[in-house]
Ligand binder design. Structure first.
Ligand code: HEC
Length: 204
């Protein structure tokens, strides 16, 4: 009988601890042996925070932040490729206007000009420090290169050139690519790029 009670108790405890009070609802918080930082002081989204002058817990994005994780489902936009091939033209999320070109110019001058030079001739300051292999953008091969391939070079680098995908957002990389096109065009203008008055003035 003594054994029976011991075994019965043991089995009951084992059953209860394995199966627990399944299905029964309780309003009491569960017993917490390891709290795992479940409860902590924090400001939830869209609540008040007296620390800031506008009283809001949500803060605006710091200017100049590089976006990560804002994902657009567009292969061309994300990789410069269309079904695995470098694409021509622009992906649909890109809209080229003055502001976009200004962004490209700014980021180009910060990120690329040290090696490729402000005009893209490959004569940046690093040339005098031994980085002699930096190419110019102003030759036929570069002019014919697709937008997608240039975007890919900026994103992933090439040989001695590092990758810039951790420094520039996708949009910024497209903007730099577009500014690179503007540099190429400025270096190799067509008569149509000049206004008719200017053309008259130059006798073209
Ligand atoms: C540290 C110096 C350095 C910086 C900074 C740099 N590049 Fe380069 N870049 C190079 C070198 C060196 C090569 C030649 C790589 C090769 O083909 O061996 C190159 C090659 C290229 C090419 C040609 C790739 C090809 O297929 O031949 C492009 C386009 C280019 N860079 C664009 C950029 C842009 C845009 C930036 C700024 C986001 C940039 N680079 C920043 C050094 C640099």
């Amino acid at each position: 009988m003594r054994y029976f009670i011991t075994i019965f108790l043991f089995i009951s405890i084992a059953l209860v601890s394995i199966l627990g009070f399944r299905g029964s609802k309780s309003r009491k918080p569960p017993l917490e042996i390891f709290p795992d930082m479940d409860r902590q002081y924090k400001f939830l989204p869209q609540t008040a925070n007296p620390h800031f002058s506008d009283g809001r817990a949500d803060r605006p994005v710091v200017p100049g932040s590089v976006e990560f994780g804002s994902y657009v489902r567009d292969e061309f936009y994300n990789t410069g490729k269309i079904r695995g091939q470098f694409g021509h033209g622009f992906p649909s999320p890109i809209y080229v206007n003055r502001e976009f070109m200004d962004l490209g110019q700014k980021k180009y001058n910060i990120t690329c000009a040290v090696c490729h030079g402000q005009t893209g001739d490959g004569n940046g300051i690093t040339k005098s420090y031994g980085m002699v292999a930096t190419p110019t953008y102003h030759d036929d091969r570069m002019r014919k290169m697709t937008n997608g391939e240039i975007f890919d070079t900026i994103s992933n680098g090439k040989n001695n050139m590092g990758a810039y995908k951790s420094k520039l957002s996708i949009k910024e990389r497209w903007a730099v690519m577009t500014y690179l096109r503007a540099l190429q065009r400025a270096h190799n203008p067509k008569p149509d790029d000049i206004s008719s008055e200017k053309r008259m003035e130059l006798g073209l």
